[in-house]
Design a protein around this ligand. Structure first.
Ligand code: ADP
Ligand code: MG
Length: 371
């Protein structure tokens, strides 16, 4: 979809981008990351010809961008930058309508589209009449994204769009950005200096240093096999934990180590079955497999007549299937539970996840390639 071919850019003596070659697939998010001044913004701006390279070519859908008129190109590519992106004296409506108007859409179509993209970025229609200064930082960034999406571009360039937003709102924006992307499937180049943002949002990450592309790969491949010490340092000491954030509880849920019983099942029979099988937990399910509670043998309690007591609980802690392993791990630590039931959104039990499975995952990640 977007191909950089041996792109080099000089600013005087300085080589801002050095022989950059990479291919970005259609419908994916590529995160450009690296230290300040490494050439991220320059690499981004070459796609919509805000900067022209000294050597090399960039193809979009197989066509060289240098065969296209820069003004047309810019009109057809969405561009989101930090803060200053919005016209202060234009209402939100007029900001978002900028590109559709350049495309000479009729006003009815523009109006529908403005409302559609506002809706997409979860702002209601009352925002259309507001001015940028009346919005919070997070809302301004949403409007910036809505404006970039208004003319339905295939390509979206984003330069640290959430960089000036406080951490809590940034998390919210990142989540809704991913949800929007699931729907719109644009080809997105996203510059960031935040490695966590790169890991959370990227399909692929391109790591740059001093104008040179150091590693370009899927997020999990980069976490598992950093190219060199520079990448390792960028990922940080806790890269195995970071890798866990990409993995989902459902992929580690197993259907063993517990029994399931109906609400009507007899407590003493359950206890006997658990003791016979040397298990601790029985999950109580309704006729549609929904988790209603659990019984567990309380081995921390005093034995009564040589046996541990069995306890019934109506609301056991649980994780939903798409919960990340990092989140699952922190729930386990928070609640002091070594095993947690994994459920669907409708609360149907699909298995249990065990703390040991998470530890094994971390250990495997630590084993070097080929070992
Ligand atoms: N218009 C310019 N004129 C001169 N030097 C520039 C210009 N734009 C960027 N540079 C230099 O090119 C290098 C890369 O810049 P940039 O792409 O903005 O880095 P990043 O976005 O990774 O922080 C830096 O050394 C920067 O100072
Ligand atoms: Mg920059």
């Amino acid at each position: 979809m977007i191909e950089y071919k041996n792109i080099t850019k000089y600013f005087g003596e300085k080589t801002a981008v050095n022989d950059l070659t990479m291919t970005l697939e259609k419908g994916t998010i590529t995160m450009l990351i690296g230290p300040s001044g490494c050439g991220k913004t320059t690499s981004l701006k070459m796609v919509n010809r805000l900067v022209d390279p000294d050597e090399g070519d960039i193809l979009i859908n197989g066509d060289s961008i240098f065969d296209l008129d820069p003004v047309t190109l810019r009109r057809d590519i969405g561009y989101v930058i930090q803060e200053i992106g919005l016209f202060p004296h234009y209402s939100v409506f007029d900001n978002i309508a900028t590109l559709p108007r350049l495309h000479k859409w009729d006003e009815k179509k523009i109006k529908d589209r403005v409302h559609e993209v506002l809706n997409m970025v979860t702002l209601d229609e009352t925002y259309a009449d507001k001015y940028p200064r009346q919005l919070s930082g997070g809302e301004r960034q949403r409007v910036g994204l809505a404006r970039a999406l208004a003319a339905d571009p295939e390509v979206l360039l984003m330069d640290e769009p959430f960089g000036a937003i406080d951490p809590i709102n940034r998390l919210i924006l990142q989540q809704s950005f991913l949800e929007i992307q699931e729907e719109i499937k644009k080809t997105i180049v996203f510059v960031t200096h935040d490695i966590n943002e790169a890991i959370q949002l990227g399909d692929k990450i391109a790591i740059m240093n001093q104008g040179t592309l150091i590693q370009f790969d899927t997020v999990s491949e980069i976490l598992a096999n950093p190219e060199n010490e520079f990448v390792e340092n960028l990922l940080g000491q806790d890269r195995n934990l970071k890798a866990l954030s990409l993995k989902k509880a459902k992929d580690y849920a197993v259907q063993e180590g517990y029994i399931s019983v109906s609400k009507e099942a007899d407590k003493e029979e359950i206890r006997k079955e658990l003791e016979d099988k040397d298990l601790i937990v029985a999950y109580i399910l309704d006729s549609r497999d929904r988790l209603q509670g659990r019984y567990y043998i309380d081995r921390s309690a005093k034995k009564v007549e040589g046996r541990y007591p069995i306890v019934r609980e109506t609301k056991p802690y649980r994780v939903t299937r798409n919960t990340s392993l990092t989140e699952t791990l922190s729930r386990m630590l928070e609640h002091g539970e070594k095993k947690l039931p994994v459920v669907t959104r409708e609360d149907r039990l699909i298995g249990v996840i065990d703390l040991d499975a998470i530890f094994e995952e971390v250990e495997q990640a630590e084993t070097p390639k080929g070992a």
